[in-house]
Write a protein that binds this ligand. Structure first.
Ligand code: UDP
Ligand code: MG
Length: 320
C-alpha cells in the first residue's frame, strides 16, 4: 500500500516459526513506527510451517489491515527459505528482513530506510554485542564466525540477518541458483553500495529461540561447506601428514628387521592400521558430505512450497 506517492514502498519481511505470541505485537510495533515516519510500507509475514496459531494470527490481521500480508509454507523449510520467499513476494522498492521476536530493534528500520534514500543499496545491521547467550554458544559462535570469515574473506563476526536490500540486490539474490546458500554471507558477497548500522540485540519478550544446539551445529557445518572447500583440502593435508608418519615408521620397522627384533613392531602395525583406517573413513565421510550437497543442488527442488497467502499478495508461480 502506498500511503504517500512521493516515498517509495518498503517491504518488511518477517519470517515466523511458532511465534503466535509475537505476531500482533511485532506487526503493530513496526507498523506504528513506519506510519509515524510516513514511510509507505507493507509487512510480509512468512509462516514457516508453524504448528501453533501463527498463521491464524497473520491471516486474521491481514483481513483488516491493508499493509499486512502473509505467506504460508506447506511445512517448515527454515528461516533462510522464509527470507527468500519474502523477497520473492515483496512488492517494495526495497526490502527489510527482520526477526519476528523483535530482537532486532524495529526503530533501526527508519535509519536504514533513510540511508537507502541517500543511495545505499545494501544496509547491514551489525550487532554491537551478541545479547545474552550461554558461554558454550558464545565460544562455538566465535569458532564458526572465524571459519566463515576466512572462507568468505569478509568479517562476519557481527553480521546478522537484519538487513535492508534495494530491489536490485533482491533481484540478484533471487536469481542465484544455489539452494543451500548462507544468506548472511551471500548478501555481502553480491557487493553493491553497502553500509552498516549498529544495533544491540534485544531480549526476546515472548516465546523461545527456535534453535537447538544440534540445529546450530548443522547450520554451521552446512554454511561453512557452502562457502568453502577447505575441509576437503584438510583431507589432503592429513594424507601428507600420514605419509610422513609412515615413512618414518617404515624406516624404523626396516631397521628393526635388519637388527633381528622384527616381532616387536606388532603394536605399531595395529596402531598404524587403526589410525589410517579412521582417517580414511573420516575423509570418505567428508567427501560424501560434499557429494550429498552437490546432489541436493542438482536435484533442483524448490527452496520452499507455498500453501496459501493472505492479504493483497500478488499471485506468483512457484519459485524453482
Ligand atoms: N524462524 C523461522 N524458521 C525456523 C526458525 C526460525 O522462520 O525454522 C524465525 C523465527 O520465527 C524468528 C527468526 O527466524 O522470527 C529468528 O529465530 P529465533 O529468534 O528463534 O533465533 P535466535 O534469535 O535465537 O537466533
Ligand atoms: Mg530471536
Amino acid at each position: 500500500m502506498r500511503l504517500d506517492t512521493t516515498g517509495k514502498l518498503l517491504s518488511v519481511i518477517i519470517p515466523a516459526y511458532n511465534e503466535e505470541l509475537m505476531i500482533q505485537k511485532a506487526a503493530e510495533t513496526i507498523h506504528t513506527i513506519l506510519e509515524n515516519e510516513k514511510i509507505p510500507h507493507e509487512l510480509l509475514f512468512v509462516n514457516d510451517g508453524s504448528s501453533d496459531g501463527t498463521w491464524g494470527q497473520i491471516s486474521a490481521l491481514s483481513q483488516t489491515e491493508s499493509w499486512m500480508k502473509g505467506i504460508c509454507f506447506s511445512r517448515n523449510f527454515g528461516k533462510e527459505a522464509a527470507m527468500f520467499a519474502g523477497m520473492y513476494y515483496a512488492a517494495g522498492d526495497c526490502c527489510v528482513l527482520i526477526d519476528c521476536d523483535l530482537q532486532h530493534p524495529p526503530q533501526k528500520i527508519v535509519e536504514m530506510y533513510r540511508l537507502w534514500e541517500q543511495g545505499y543499496e545494501v544496509i547491514e545491521a551489525v550487532k554491537t554485542d551478541r545479547g545474552k547467550e550461554n558461554p558454550l554458544h558464545t565460544l562455538a559462535a566465535a569458532c564458526f564466525y572465524s571459519m566463515i570469515s576466512k572462507a568468505t574473506g569478509m568479517d562476519m563476526s557481527r553480521a546478522s540477518d537484519f538487513k535492508l536490500l534495494d530491489r536490485k540486490a533482491v533481484t540478484v539474490l533471487l536469481n542465484i541458483r544455489e539452494k543451500n546458500a548462507f544468506f548472511r554471507a551471500l548478501s555481502s558477497w553480491i557487493g553493491f553500495r553497502t553500509t552498516q548500522v549498529e544495533f544491540e540485540v534485544q531480549e526476546r519478550t515472548a516465546g523461545t529461540s527456535k534453535w537447538s544446539t544440534m540445529s546450530l551445529v548443522r547450520y554451521a557445518v552446512s554454511n561453512i561447506s557452502s562457502f568453502s572447500t577447505a575441509p576437503m583440502q584438510l583431507v589432503t593435508l592429513l594424507g601428507v601428514v600420514m605419509l610422513v608418519f609412515s615413512v618414518l615408521l617404515g624406516i624404523s620397522t626396516l631397521y628393526d628387521k635388519f637388527t633381528g627384533i622384527a616381532p616387536e613392531g606388532f603394536t605399531t602395525v595395529i596402531i598404524v592400521q587403526l589410525f589410517t583406517g579412521s582417517i580414511i573413513m573420516m575423509s570418505l565421510g567428508l567427501i560424501g558430505y560434499y557429494i550429498s550437497r552437490i546432489y541436493e543442488e542438482v536435484k533442483g527442488r524448490p527452496r520452499f512450497v507455498v500453501a496459501e497467502t493472505s492479504g493483497e499478495v500478488e499471485e506468483k508461480p512457484q519459485l524453482s
